[in-house]
Design a protein around this ligand. Structure first.
Ligand code: FE2
Ligand code: FE2
Length: 327
C-alpha cells in the first residue's frame, strides 16, 4: 500500500494526539500516522483527506489511543482540538445547557492563552489531552456536570482559575514522569474543585491578597479547604484522593502553608502537585494588565522563590514546562 509507506519513528519528529479527539473531523488537518512497535510509523490519513476510522481500527491491535502528527503541524492541530472540545461532548448527548457551554468557552480561553505562551509543544499536547479527560467526565458522570455548573456559577474569574490549576498541575505531573494514567483523574478533579469551599465564604475574600486581609479574614479564608471537603464528601465519584488534594491544596513542603503547616512528605504527593499548580495558575491566568506573563520572569521566580517553597524535583519539573522547543 503506497499510502501506508512506513517511516522510521523518531520521538523528535512526531507528537501524539488522542484518537478520540480527531475523529469528529471530516477532513484531516494534517498527515496522520499510527505508530507500529517502537520504530515505525504508518501513514493512515493525508492532510485534507478523509479520516477512515475503520482503517485505523484495522491497524491498531484492538485499541489505538493515539495518532501521531508531524511536530511542525502540531500547534495547528491543538488549537483546532481545543475549539472542538465542545463538539466532542455534543457527540455524546451531553445536556447542552448554558453553564456547560460557558465552561467550554472559558476552557477555550485558557487553552488559547497557553498556545500563545512560550511553552513546549509536548506540554501543549498534555494540556490538550486534559480537555478530552474533562469531556469524558462530563459525558459519563451527570454528578460531575452538576458540580462543574456550580463552579461555573461562581464566575468567570473563578472558573478560569480552577481550569488553570488543572492545566498547570497536569503539566507538572507530565514533567515529573509519573507515568500512571491513574493519576490523571484524581489530579484533574482535585485541581478543578480545589477552591470550591470558597463558595461558603464572602466573595470579597476569594481573590483578596493575603497581605491585605485582617487576622479574622485570614482565619476565615483558611477554612476553605475543609469547607470544600465537606461539600464534596458525599458525592459518589469523589474519591479519598480527591478529598485529600482539596484538604491539602495550600500546604507547602517548606511548612509555610495552611491549615496544618504540613512539611515535605507529610503532604499527600498529589496535593503537593496541586498546591504548586494552584500557584502557577495564579501566576499565569489571573488578569494582570500591568505585568503580562514573561518567560524570563517565570524562570527567575521558579529558581528563587518556588524552589525554596517546593522540593527540587517539583521546581525542576516547573522549569521544564517553560522550556521553549528548539526547532
Ligand atoms: Fe485555595
Ligand atoms: Fe486556588
Amino acid at each position: 500500500m503506497a499510502e501506508s509507506a512506513a517511516k522510521n519513528f523518531s520521538d523528535d519528529e512526531f507528537l501524539a494526539v488522542p484518537v478520540s479527539s480527531l475523529l469528529h473531523r471530516k477532513a484531516s488537518l494534517s498527515d496522520l500516522y499510527i505508530r507500529l512497535g517502537t520504530e515505525r510509523m504508518i501513514k493512515v490519513a493525508h492532510k485534507g483527506g478523509a479520516i477512515d476510522v475503520e482503517r485505523i481500527a484495522r491497524f491498531g491491535e484492538k485499541n489505538v489511543q493515539y495518532l501521531y502528527v508531524h511536530r511542525s503541524e502540531f500547534s495547528g492541530i491543538v488549537s483546532d482540538l481545543v475549539r472542538g472540545a465542545e463538539h466532542l461532548t455534543g457527540l455524546h448527548q451531553v445536556p447542552h445547557d448554558l453553564k456547560i457551554t460557558k465552561f467550554f468557552n472559558i476552557a477555550e480561553s485558557v487553552y488559547s492563552e497557553l498556545l500563545n505562551l512560550p511553552i513546549s509543544d509536548e506540554s501543549l499536547g498534555r494540556a490538550m489531552r486534559l480537555s478530552t479527560e474533562i469531556a469524558t467526565n462530563l459525558r459519563e458522570k451527570p454528578d460531575f456536570a452538576k458540580l462543574v455548573k456550580s463552579v461555573v456559577s461562581m464566575g468567570d474569574e473563578f472558573s478560569r482559575h480552577s481550569l488553570g490549576a488543572v492545566v498547570m498541575s497536569n503539566l507538572l505531573v507530565a514533567q515529573l514522569d509519573w507515568s500512571s494514567p491513574k493519576l490523571l483523574a484524581p489530579i484533574t478533579m482535585g485541581a478543578f474543585f480545589h477552591d470550591i469551599g470558597l463558595k461558603e465564604l464572602p466573595q470579597e475574600l476569594w481573590f483578596k491578597n493575603r497581605i491585605e486581609m485582617s487576622r479574622e479574614e485570614i482565619a476565615l479564608y483558611e477554612t476553605h479547604p475543609a469547607l470544600g471537603v465537606q461539600m464534596l464528601n458525599s458525592i459518589p465519584f469523589i474519591t479519598p484522593d480527591v478529598l485529600r488534594i482539596v484538604q491539602e491544596h495550600h500546604e507547602i513542603p517548606n511548612g509555610a502553608g495552611f491549615p496544618n503547616k504540613l512539611r515535605l512528605d507529610r503532604i499527600f504527593p498529589m496535593a503537593k502537585i496541586v498546591s504548586f499548580g494552584n500557584m502557577l495558575a495564579h501566576e499565569m491566568f489571573d488578569p494582570n494588565p500591568d505585568q503580562p506573563f514573561s518567560l524570563d520572569r517565570m524562570a527567575q521566580k521558579i529558581d528563587h522563590v518556588y524552589s525554596q517553597m517546593f522540593t527540587t524535583d517539583l521546581a525542576r519539573a516547573a522549569r521544564r514546562i517553560f522550556k521553549k522547543d528548539d526547532k
